[in-house]
Design a protein around this ligand. Structure first.
Ligand code: AMP
Length: 359
């Protein structure tokens, strides 16, 4: 077991070597930490800025042993980390933060919404189904139109379908692969917002100002932050974040996606137990960004300030939009964050820019 706070010079283990891992490594290095990644893809974005990368499957026992031998604590950049990997690390005395409860809850949309409602964080009405017949029942109960999503492993709008009529429910269930699903009532939201928050090892919490998010084809395109919200709405978001963090006995940064309803109430869509794309604005809009905040939390350091120091518009650069980098590099108000990915496949997140203005 490591002693916390970890001193500079310690190694932080990260499962997953994509752009979020890369930005975690950059933040860790600023605080004097080394980072070591476990990632099956060679030449990953994180591996090119990390001290060391173990190239192996996330649940490879030998690789996990090697990770445990180097890292003082282990965290992750995506929520589908196999539970067996976390259990093996724990058995070797290596703490994984956020912990297994946060992971298990985030990995299953039914467990997640059940947890949220039980902890005073409201969501749309939902029902679970695991067969074509129960899917029809669920859609009838929730009322069409509604959204059917796979319980597990959906992201960026993948693994979900709108169901317009109850008689389409069985076909939607089959089209999603015949796997267990959640049926969600349609949220008639006026805006999509998100809140990035953190909880330290001492239970202290820190909440960033809300971001307003715009999606295209299920992928985040643009965030504007701090979002224009009433103090009452900011309070509501803070309360929701605090309930989720304490309910999960959480350590680290969390991203919570919200629907703003016409009556001013907030519903939680989902949370990600990790740093989040809609929190990239904090890199240029706050004293301590979400990546450093996460490293601070898992290392047992005090949390940093979440106060906004600038207004930021964050734009994701997808696929060949990255080719416009010379234009962005020439804009005085623009900060580039490029991920070093070799292959600009359509829709792939290649980088983002933060356009920064005074508050
Ligand atoms: P998710 O994969 O759950 O984050 O959903 C991706 C996007 O689908 C969200 O950002 C919303 O734009 C939309 N969405 C998800 N759930 C609902 C819902 N229950 N009602 C309306 N829109 C939704």
């Amino acid at each position: 077991m490591s002693d916390f706070p970890l001193p500079p010079g310690a190694a932080i283990g990260v499962i997953g070597g994509g752009q979020l891992g890369r930005m975690l490594a950059l933040a860790a290095s600023r605080l004097g930490f080394d980072s070591v990644f476990l990632e099956p893809e060679p030449d990953s974005p994180a591996s090119r800025v990390a001290r060391h990368t173990i190239v192996a499957a996330y649940d490879d026992p030998e690789a996990l042993k090697a990770l445990a031998a180097i890292a003082s604590v282990v965290t992750f950049e995506f929520e589908n980390v196999p539970a067996s990997a976390v259990a093996q690390l724990a058995a070797m005395g290596i703490e994984v933060a956020p912990g297994p409860l946060a992971l298990a809850t985030a990995q299953d949309r039914v467990a997640e919404k059940t947890f949220l409602n039980a902890n005073g964080a409201p969501t749309v009405a939902f029902a679970a189904a695991d067969s074509a017949e129960t899917a029809v029942d669920a859609v009838t109960r929730i009322g069409a139109p509604c959204l059917m999503k796979t319980r597990r492993e959906g992201y960026d709008g993948k693994g979900q379908r709108w169901v317009e009529h109850a008689h389409d429910a069985a076909a939607a269930f089959e089209a999603l692969g015949g796997v267990p699903v959640i049926v969600e009532a349609a949220a008639d939201f006026v805006r999509e917002l998100s809140v990035i928050a953190a909880r330290g090892r001492d239970g202290a919490t820190a909440v960033y100002p809300l971001a307003e998010n715009h999606h295209e084809h299920g992928i985040l395109r643009r965030s504007v932050a701090p979002a224009r919200v009433t103090p009452a709405m900011a309070d509501q978001a803070e309360r929701i974040a605090a309930r989720i963090l304490s309910g999960l006995d959480y350590v680290g940064v969390i991203g919570i996606e919200l629907f703003e309803m016409a009556d001013g109430s907030l519903l939680v869509n989902e949370f990600a137990p990790r740093v989040h794309n809609s929190g990239h604005w904090t890199q240029d809009g706050c004293g301590v960004d979400q990546f450093e905040q996460h490293i601070r939390a898992v290392a047992g350091w005090p949390l940093g300030s979440t106060t906004a120091v600038a207004q930021v518009e964050m734009l994701n650069l997808l696929g060949d939009e990255i080719d416009a980098w010379p234009r962005y590099a020439a804009e005085p108000e623009t900060r580039l964050h490029l991920y070093g990915k070799r292959d600009a496949k359509p829709g792939r997140k290649m980088g983002h820019i933060n356009r920064v203005r005074p508050l």
